[in-house]
Design a protein around this ligand. Sequence first.
Ligand SMILES: Cc1ncc(C[n+]2csc(CCOP(=O)(O)OP(=O)(O)O)c2C)c(N)n1
Ligand code: SF4
Ligand SMILES: [Mg+2]
Length: 318
Amino acid sequence: MSSITFPFATLPRTGNIPLTPVPPIADADRKPLTKKEISADHPTWCPGCGDFSVLALYFRLIERRKMWHEKITTVAGIGCSSRFPYFVQGHGAHFIHGRALPFASGVSLSRPDLHVFVFGGDGDAFSIGGNHFTHTARKNIKLTYVVMDNQVYGLTKNQTSPTSPIGYKSKTDAWGSGDRPINPVKQAVAAGATFVARTSAMNPNHVLAMMEAAMDHDGFSFIQCLSECVEFHPGAFDAAIPRKGGVFNEVSKEHDVTDEYAAYKLADTAWPGQFGIFYKATRPTKNGNEAKIIADHRAKVTGLADWQILQKNFDRMK
Ligand SMILES: Cc1ncc(C[n+]2csc(CCOP(=O)(O)OP(=O)(O)O)c2C)c(N)n1
Ligand code: SF4
Ligand SMILES: [Mg+2]
């Protein structure tokens, strides 16, 4: 048997080599991450799937806004759309079906300095994750949630989703769905989301503008992004695509985004509806509330390390 020579075996053993300190680079001098640096595996979506566009725009957002790896977290649940974090070279998690928001809430509350982005599908958000959607919205946790709404369960190959239109034929409704679909914008406004927008993956500039506005919002920002499933629900959004004879109606500049009832009414516009920011409000965030509780408490117990404060709390609960 021939012997294998490990190349480093010939290097002299030097013990602990002191590292040369590297001066930190000021943010202003750092180059933005490029698509090459932030993209991971080749996306495994079907050719033509609307989700490709959302991913490409997320990369553009990261580059445009000069966000670096240590400042972004990308979280998702389970579904075709929720494969998103696999394709992002960065911190994040492809979590449990419907549980992306609780996970992301923990990240946001413990690291309020991060931009937390959550991506997922209509099933993930409004079926199994429906309760989490409501509570994350009402608690106004600072994160951006982009629901890639294809009006179907794509990953599991064509079941009716909470946003499927009446009459939609699927494996679970062979004769056509008879259930009234939920309206994601109304759902978000009613739950207490403080930023609510609607866009379409077929309009890249608009998606980017909505993502930028959402990430700049201090609170729970929600975007319903129509994203076509070309495999199981092709043509679902043609009515909003001008080159297919549809109309992309943007929310009028006269719309008062602070008026909750106006947002609700606007969300009832006949299909394919309107696109833009429906609602935006300034309300205390859970991040802010918790930071205050922590600061007040720390002020009362000066001289103690965080672990000692925790220990004291546990002792008090005995
Ligand atoms: C707890 C649990 N229940 C059910 C499933 C099966 N499942 C995986 S994805 C999915 C629905 C996906 O639909 P959606 O969230 O709309 O994402 P899409 O695939 O359409 O992007 C379901 C029911 C699962 N993975 N885990
Ligand atoms: S099944 Fe539909 S949602 Fe899933 S990757 Fe294919 S086109 Fe996209
Ligand atoms: Mg879906």
